[in-house]
Structures are given as structure tokens and as C-alpha cells.
Design a protein around this ligand. Structure first.
Ligand code: NIG
Ligand code: FE
Length: 419
């Protein structure tokens, strides 16, 4: 827990929790700003002259060099626990095969599951760790990570334990999710047994051993039906775990309605989403998480109707979906660019979507997601001239420096060159 006065910020841009309660996606902009962090928490924030005048004498100072300051970004949907890669499948898709055809032939998620099964726990941790570091360099101070390539209990437990160990080694806040992703091949002719096992054994064990805070289910053709997903999510709630749904990625799967029905905190993907489905999600207060990198990378799906979701009163978050099959990237700024172009989101909406709204998905919006007094001292500094430029210089942008709880945890040595 550190004390620091971050000064010489040319522009500070942040959502505000009070605005969020009114469902606005506005951004507070303070030129020539400073942030006072004490004991890891923000204790004062505002115009530099005022903040420095009332800061305690002798507090360590950090010169932000005229950079833009935003809250540390929050990536609320990633699948970072895997070994090997699926570059060959990427090129098969580009040669004409679809994601679903590759999956139906035993590839896709099953390819990653075979590789994970053969990996030692140490190898799984060592291959997964650098993904978290790359995410940090993109300004991400809080990250959600899912299991989901283990499939059976042995593999899922190995994945969740790897996540727990990684959480001890990285500076970011890490939120763990147990993802029920696909039927393990060992259960291929025992589907009902697997569903029963998940409900009676796996979810209770995850809760008992505190292996994750949330349960997510891939509710889609080729994965799990609405009925199976409903049973998983009900078990999750009964075990005190919160619910997420991978919904409506390849069609109107029923996943979005199910997310609303069970009061899931968030519904993710939503490439296919009708007004009726949006209204149900809005009424349930479910956050819509759009994953533009996976639409980009799969190449043949529509982008989610984020504009309509916003118009009809939903909170929208943006995440990377970082995974070896459909979104091989750690760059949340890239996802902002894609959401700007294809979802027509404004710079203010983009910032809210990767900070405060994403924190809401993780039920952490009272501690992170905005630069406000009382919140965690998680700050990203960017060598860009303004907020608009955060989504403009695509595929390249790294943070100039990143603070978590007031401590510098990443610094770009090339940051003197402006993006
Ligand atoms: O969110 N859609 C399901 N799961 C992941 C992809 C998993 C994979 O292909 O490895 C996703 O896109
Ligand atoms: Fe995903």
C-alpha cells in the first residue's frame, strides 16, 4: 500500500459512480490535474494547484510528464489459462472452414482441452503468466480470468488452481470464474451424467474451496442448452456464486433471455440480439459485455448492437475475450477501436465500458473502475494528447505507466515518444 502524489497530468478523464447511477456514460475531464493516493487509496483528486497545496509535506511525488490519466482499465472477460496455440485453426477458418465446423470435427475448444490435459500444472502457469503481463502493459489493472479448457473436474481444478497461483504472482486484481464450456470427450455418450456431476459435485466443490467467485456457461448450439445452462446457473446461485452467460454468439440461443431470467450480473457476446432480448436484459439490470476482438478474429459474425443496447438503457462493457480460438489478443485498447468503428460507440462510452461498467460486471465498482476518493489507487497514464486518441492509434497503444494501489507496476521506457 503506497503513498504518492501523481502530478503534472495534462488531462484526467474518468467516469463517476454517481453518474452511473443515472445510467449516463459521461466522463469527467479535469485539465492540469493531480491525484493523491494514501495507503493505496485515492484520498484527493482535482486541479493540480489545489491538490498539491493541500497534500501532506514530504509525500513521494510522481511526475506524470503531461500524460493523460484514466482509471486503470478493467478486462472483465478473458480465457487466459491454456497451453499451446490454435494458429492452424485460425488459418483453416481463413481458408473457408467455420468456427462451428472446426468444433464439430473435434477441434476448437477440444483442441485446447487435449493440450491442457497433457500439460503439468507448472507448464500451465508458466505459459499463461505472460498474458497477464501483456495485459498490464495495455493499462489493465483488474482482470477476470476463466477456467474452461479443463472441461472435466481434473482439468478445471488444475485451471482454477493455476489462476489462484497466478493471482499471487501478478500485481493486478484478479477475479476468477469457473466456466462450463463444453462436454468433455470422456463424457461424450454420458451427457446427463456430466450435467449432474457439474451440479452435484463441481459447482459445490468450487464454492467450498473458494476456487472462483462466479460461474459462466457457454449457452450455445454445440455447447449447452438453455435448460442445462439454467440448471448450472441455479446451482451456482444456490452455492453463493454469481452468474455470467456466454450468450447469443452464433444465433438467438436463448442465452440472453436466460441471463435476464436468472438475474445474471452480465451477459457476454450478444452478437445476435433483438429489441425484445435487450429489453429483458435492461429490465434485469444485466450488463451487456461486448467482445469485438472475437467478432474481428472470427471474421464472419455481426458486431453486437451496442448502440441499441445503450439506447434501451443497458450498461455496456467491453472486454478482450482473450483466448486461443476466437480472440488471440490482450489489447483492450484495440477492442475500444473496434467498438468505436463497428459498434459506433463514442469516446466517453468506450471509457465507461472498459472501466466502471466492466467493474460492475465483477461486482467491484465500489472499489475500482473510476478515479474518485475512497477508491483504489489504480491509474493508467497514456502518452496521448486527449481521450479521443485512446481508441485512435490502434493495435499499438501501450500505457506509459500503470499504478495499482498507488504503486508503479509498469513503466514503458519508450513512453517519451507520443502516440
Ligand atoms: O468466448 N465462445 C466460447 N468461448 C470462447 C472461445 C473459446 C475457444 O474457441 O477457445 C469465446 O469466444
Ligand atoms: Fe469468452
Amino acid at each position: 500500500m503506497a503513498d504518492v502524489l501523481i502530478h503534472n497530468i495534462s488531462l484526467l478523464a474518468t467516469p463517476q459512480s454517481a453518474d452511473k447511477a443515472r445510467q449516463s456514460n459521461s466522463v469527467l475531464r479535469i485539465p492540469r490535474a493531480a491525484i493523491l493516493i494514501q495507503d493505496g487509496c485515492i484520498t484527493d483528486i482535482g486541479h493540480e494547484a489545489e491538490i498539491t497545496a493541500r497534500s501532506p509535506a514530504g509525500i513521494p511525488r510522481y511526475n506524470a510528464n503531461g500524460y493523460l490519466a484514466t482509471p486503470g482499465l478493467v478486462d472483465c472477460h478473458t480465457h487466459p489459462i491454456f497451453v499451446g496455440n490454435r494458429a492452424a485453426e485460425f488459418h483453416q477458418r481463413n481458408a473457408g472452414k467455420t468456427y462451428l465446423e472446426i468444433a464439430a470435427a473435434g477441434g476448437g475448444i477440444q483442441t485446447s482441452a487435449r493440450k491442457l490435459r497433457d500439460a503439468s500444472p507448472e507448464q500451465l502457469i508458466q505459459e499463461s503468466l505472460p498474458r497477464f503481463h501483456r495485459s498490464l502493459t495495455c493499462g489493465v489493472t483488474a482482470i477476470e480470468g476463466k477456467s474452461g479448457y479443463g472441461l472435466d473436474w481434473e482439468g478445471e481444478r488444475k485451471s482454477l488452481l493455476a489462476l489462484r497461483e497466478i493471482g499471487r504472482q501478478i500485481p493486478q486484481h484478479l477475479f476468477r470464474t469457473f466456466l462450463i464450456h463444453a462436454l468433455p470427450s470422456s463424457y461424450s455418450d454420458r451427457r446427463a451424467d456430466f450435467v449432474g456431476d457439474v451440479i452435484e459435485n463441481m459447482i459445490p466443490a468450487v464454492a467450498h474451496d473458494k476456487l472462483s467467485e462466479s460461474v459462466d456457461v457457454f449457452c450455445e448450439t454445440g455447447a449447452f442448452t438453455v435448460d442445462e445452462s439454467r440448471r448450472f446457473l441455479t446451482a451456482a446461485k444456490n452455492n453463493g456464486l454469481s452468474c455470467m452467460v456466454h450468450a447469443n454468439q452464433f444465433g438467438h440461443s436463448g442465452g440472453a433471455f436466460l441471463a435476464a431470467e436468472v438475474g445474471a450480473r452480465s451477459a457476454h457476446h450478444l452478437e445476435y440480439l433483438s429489441d425484445e432480448e435487450i429489453r429483458a436484459l435492461a429490465a434485469a439490470g444485466t450488463v451487456g459485455v461486448v467482445l469485438p476482438a472475437s467478432v474481428f478474429f472470427l471474421g464472419n459474425l455481426p458486431y453486437p448492437p451496442a448502440r441499441r443496447m445503450l439506447e434501451l438503457g443497458m450498461d455496456v462493457a467491453i472486454a478482450t475475450d482473450m483466448n486461443p480460438g476466437s480472440a488471440m489478443t490482450e489489447s483492450l485498447p484495440f477492442c475500444m477501436t473496434a467498438a468505436a468503428i463497428y459498434c459506433k460507440m463514442t469516446p466517453e462510452e468506450l471509457l465507461n465500458s472498459v472501466t466502471l461498467n466492466a467493474a460492475k460486471v465483477l461486482d467491484a465498482d465500489s472499489q475500482i473502475g473510476s478515479l474518485e476518493t475512497g477508491k483504489c489507487g489504480d491509474v493508467a497514464l497514456w502518452n496521448v494528447p486527449d481521450l479521443e486518441s485512446l481508441s485512435y492509434h490502434f493495435g499499438e497503444l501501450r500505457a506509459a505507466a500503470v499504478f495499482i494501489a498507488g504503486r508503479v507496476v509498469w513503466k514503458d521506457n519508450d513512453a517519451t515518444a507520443r502516440y
